[in-house]
Design a protein around this ligand. Structure first.
Ligand code: KIV
Length: 275
């Protein structure tokens, strides 16, 4: 069944958890889609896990469109959400609508995600009015890394918790269809989830959210630069891949691979005529 803005809203209302994973290419999107995951996020985390940058700030609209296109081609049933990269929407409401439109029109996403609360309510409203579903993103918003002074849990003080709740309500009122809560204390995320009508998708925000999202390289132990506290390894695929690459290297060096069953035949008399 195709996942849409309607089915994710119904999931919240029926108390059914929503699953979301990142993907950045065709093959991985296909696997995740076939596994029945509800939503695929083409996150700007691709800057770190695919392109090797130390943060998400250098990711461009071209990067996002390129990867979103590939994911959309590999996805049948999951709802594809594309991240709006740094400075693709912060500059003006006009830029926000144009760039959200490009992610839908060229990338073939079904929704866009942008970071920020009440300061971006107008951006969310106008994008929504252009018939583009918006997913909000609050808490640790990685594009504000330098303003935060590092990757830190957000909303811990009374003032910060109140602001986070107000931002979540502002994002909902502006028309967002869901909101990602990243690195927010579990009890605060649970409270926000209860106060909102739209689904919350948590990452480092505890089990009280309506859904969960993880970066696939994190959950498969494929990204070794660092491991955030909220990450669980659901498979040691990184080690399996390294072992497979080593085995391939050894077999090629020793001549074991390719074996006769991996090669194509030609009549001997054709070859003899060439000598
Ligand atoms: O870019 C991303 O992958 C994200 C998730 C961490 C929510 O925004």
């Amino acid at each position: 069944m195709k996942n849409t803005v309607i089915t994710i809203q119904q999931a919240k209302e029926q108390g059914e958890k929503i699953t979301m994973l990142t993907a950045y290419d065709y093959s991985m999107a296909k696997l995740i889609d076939e596994a029945g995951i509800n939503m695929i996020l083409v996150g700007d985390s691709l800057g770190m896990v695919m392109l090797g940058y130390e943060d998400t700030l250098s990711v461009t609209m071209e990067d996002m469109i390129h990867h979103t296109k590939a994911v959309a081609r590999g996805t049948k049933n999951a709802m594809v959400v594309a991240d709006m990269p740094f400075l693709s929407y912060q500059t003006s409401v006009y830029d926000a609508v144009c760039n959200a439109g490009r992610l839908m029109k060229e990338g073939r996403a079904q929704a866009v995600k942008l970071e920020g609360g009440s300061a971006f309510a107008e951006h969310i409203r106008k994008i929504t009015e252009a018939s583009i579903p918006v997913v909000g993103h609050l808490g640790l918003t990685p594009q504000s890394l330098n303003a935060f002074g590092g990757f830190k849990v957000q909303g811990k003080s009374e003032e910060a918790a109140k602001k986070l709740l107000e931002d979540a309500k502002a994002v909902e009122q502006a028309g967002a269809v869901a909101v990602v809560l990243e690195c927010v204390p579990a009890k605060l995320a649970e409270l926000i989830t209860k106060k909102l009508h739209i689904p919350t998708i948590g990452i480092g925000a505890g089990a009280g959210c309506d859904g969960q999202v993880l970066v696939y390289q994190d959950m498969l132990a494929m990204f070794g630069d660092f491991k955030p506290k909220f990450v669980k390894h659901f498979g040691d695929i990184g080690t399996m891949m390294k072992e497979a690459f080593e085995a391939y290297g050894k077999e090629v060096k020793s001549g074991v691979f390719p074996a006769p069953e991996h090669t194509f035949k030609i009549d001997d008399d054709v070859i003899e005529k060439l000598y």
